[in-house]
Design a protein around this ligand. Structure first.
Ligand code: HEC
Length: 145
């Protein structure tokens, strides 16, 4: 049986696989779902008062993902299946402003988690949620979830 590594290597050397916007879209989708997963996990911890000891891991994860996020939208990646709106590439300054807010808020939740001051976490998670919504409202198609 072919090992996963062998499959990954085969894919890596089949240039066509990575040569189109479809691959960039797939990668972006994976990262956005991870960002969504960190957010869901943090909200579940705060609402359910469970696994508080893991909060920092998710907050740090969010800050790390925020270093990737600005590079997730190369030109040509707005493929058919994508919910990314053309406004991302048509209004790059506005898009960058929305992205900057997210990066700041992701670093904010990470710092709040490190402070171990519960009073810092509420406002930081709210700012983060606003940053997601601020971008989605203007740059992501309407969707069901
Ligand atoms: C600067 C813009 C921007 C920010 C900030 C942002 N997103 Fe997104 N997000 C998008 C766009 C655009 C899409 C659609 C991508 C596509 O379909 O190509 C998306 C898609 C998603 C998806 C759907 C992924 C899928 O299954 O297709 C989830 C979940 C998501 N975002 C969660 C979040 C969360 C949670 C935050 C905040 C912590 C966040 N996003 C912040 C722009 C942003």
């Amino acid at each position: 049986m072919k090992s996963l590594i062998a499959i990954v290597l085969t894919l890596a050397f089949t240039s066509a696989v990575f040569a189109d916007g479809e691959a960039d879209f797939k990668y972006r989708q994976g990262v956005m779902r991870t960002i969504g997963g960190q957010m869901t996990s943090m909200a579940a911890i705060l609402r359910g008062k469970v696994h508080m000891e893991n909060f920092k891991i998710h907050a740090h994860g969010m800050a790390e993902l925020a270093t990737i996020a600005p590079h997730l939208f190369p030109a040509g990646s707005g493929v058919d299946k994508s919910e990314a709106l053309p406004a991302i590439w048509d209004n790059p300054d506005e898009f960058k402003a929305a992205m900057d807010k997210f990066v700041e808020a992701a670093n904010g939740i990470s710092a709040a988690a490190d402070s171990e001051n519960p009073g810092d976490i509420g406002p930081a998670i709210q700012a983060l949620g606003k940053a997601c919504k601020g971008c989605h409202d203007n740059f992501r198609e309407e969707h069901d979830d």
